[in-house]
Design a protein around this ligand. Structure first.
Ligand SMILES: NC(=O)c1ccc[n+]([C@@H]2O[C@H](COP(=O)([O-])OP(=O)(O)OC[C@H]3O[C@@H](n4cnc5c(N)ncnc54)[C@H](O)[C@@H]3O)[C@@H](O)[C@H]2O)c1
Length: 271
């Protein structure tokens, strides 16, 4: 039987591949035999890749120019780049949501049957059911500027933009997957708990150490995730081993959500 986890012969595009989770993913897919790896990032990756395209994903024109440099086929698109709330409400929504959507639509024609799109969402987006109506209304807007104007003005974005951006992505995955699977393209996300990457510095400043340390404590495993904990589930979702998985936001949180859902989380650390 063929190795379903292999990336041999696959052409892969990774956004945000310069540091953190994306950099670990680039290393892994290369190790798994990827035929060609393109990184789209604002910063140059430290690791060797077949193609680096510099792009500012908060800027529509920059994104469109970057897409113009991609050559098909693209077997796996990892839309992974993301920023924290301290980048600003509009930038957070642009990079985390608008760019992922626009990139998906632009790259889809290059993705052959059997290909897949995988987002790095977050368990921070688990609260999507509370905002489903607003999210559905926003996702119905396809124009970049109109979407950003409406999303930026929305109450959940004003209240706490990062989790809302990831809630939008979790719902987007469920919507988009239904459309793309009709031509054999799967769409899923990975939803990590806090991960020790450069972005963690921003999260600690935005949310405070107490919340971050508490959430790690609820996991019960005694440590924060590192990028190499998240890259393998991403690689799995992009591989043929997940061929029947579509429209799924896969939690990679060492049981945080399970503890919360079953009332086993100890909130005393937050007092
Ligand atoms: N670190 C965590 O705790 C955590 C938890 C859950 C989900 N995530 C998500 O994982 C993804 C990767 O984040 P990370 O933790 O590896 O952080 P990171 O900061 O190491 O990586 C983010 C990457 O995105 C790139 N990037 C940022 N802004 C960009 C822009 N405007 N245009 C192009 N590239 C840009 C950065 O240069 C970097 O390479 C993000 O989507 C993040 O929201 C992170």
């Amino acid at each position: 039987m063929a190795n379903l986890f292999s990336y041999e012969g696959k052409r892969v595009v990774v956004t945000g591949g310069a540091t953190g989770i994306g950099a670990a993913l680039v290393d892994l897919v290369k190790e798994l035999g990827a035929a060609h790896v393109t990184v789209l990032d604002i910063k140059e990756p430290a690791v060797d890749v077949d193609q680096f395209v510099q792009v500012d994903l908060s800027d529509k024109a920059s994104l469109d120019a970057a897409v113009g440099q991609l050559e098909g086929p693209v077997n796996v698109l990892f839309s992974n780049a993301g920023v924290a709330a301290r980048s600003g409400v509009r930038t957070c929504l642009a990079v985390n949501v608008a760019a992922s959507r626009r990139l998906t639509d632009a790259v889809l024609p290059l993705i052959p049957e059997g290909g897949t799109v995988v987002y790095t969402a977050s368990m921070a987006g688990n609260g999507w059911p509370q905002h489903l109506q607003v999210i559905n209304d926003l996702l119905a807007i396809s124009d970049w500027d109109e979407f950003l104007d409406a999303a930026e003005a929305s109450e959940p974005a004003q209240a706490d933009v990062y989790p809302f951006s990831k809630a939008l992505m979790q719902v987007f995955v469920m919507q988009k997957s239904h459309e793309t699977i009709r031509r054999g393209v799967r769409v899923n996300s990975i939803c990590p708990a806090p991960v020790d990457t450069p972005l963690m510095v921003d999260f600690r400043q935005d949310m405070g150490d107490k919340v971050i340390d508490w959430s790690v404590d609820v996991q019960g495993n005694g440590r924060m995730a590192v990028a190499t904990d998240i890259a393998p589930p991403l690689a799995f979702m992009g591989s043929d081993a997940s061929a029947f998985i579509n429209g799924v936001n896969l939690l990679v949180d060492s049981g945080f959500t399970a503890a919360m859902t079953t009332g086993q989380a100890d909130f005393s650390g937050l007092a």
